[in-house]
Design a protein around this ligand. Sequence first.
Ligand code: DGL
Length: 267
Amino acid sequence: MADSRPIGVFDSGLGGLTVAKALRSLLPNESIVYFGDTARVPYGNKSSELIKEYSLEIADFLMKHDAKLIVVACNTASALALDELQQHCTIPVIGVINPGAAEAVKTTRNNHIGIIGTVATISSKAYEKAMEDLNAEIQTSSHACPLLVPLAEEGWLEGEVTNSIVNHYLSPLNNNKIDTLILGCTHYPLLKDVIANQVNDETILIDSASAVARAVKKNLLDTNQLNDMDEKGRLTCFVTDIPMRFEDVGQRFLGSPMDHVQTVHDI
Ligand code: DGL
């Protein structure tokens, strides 16, 4: 059976396009409705009450657009609002924390895993809890890296300033001898090269985007909701501010130009 309804994906802004990219590569037939809350980004330094309120509003928007499943492509919203979203929604909701945590637990050799993310994600300890459920032996070291989001958005993906900021954030984790590092924020995959240069040699970086895409595929297969029509899926994007910057910077996150970006004025 072909279920041609779109997959709903949301993020506080354009970072979740890294997840949309992974979805499009694994599930090219699926259409995606992407919502970027560009007027209210960043979520990473907001209270959990606000993050929950915004996330529930967006989930309602995506359900009205006939989504068959929602991917919370934002680490911060996944860390703070996933339970509420799953209780609220009439369709499955998949966050980025559990797939990323599972991948890290599978990858580590010395059971010492580092996590970097926004202030809200790191304070929530959501990754730590998810990994502890999988393996009680895992030790973690985490660090909030609030400057990395603006660096990625501005395209400062290399150079002295970026290297020095990344080094400042990662030094304590390197000292703690992590062998696996979770990139716990949608924006960090863009800084992968700098991050890889600043971690100890054997450290493996975990980018949850492809793990999330696999979790989505499994869910759609299990529920018989894959779109098996032999036709390329569409990507439709909605944002809450004017789309210019989203289209411009978002291309770097998505890996290709985008059209159909529309502004939503009252969500
Ligand atoms: N999308 C957010 C995340 O993955 C980063 C940007 C923000 O702070 O809103 O945590």
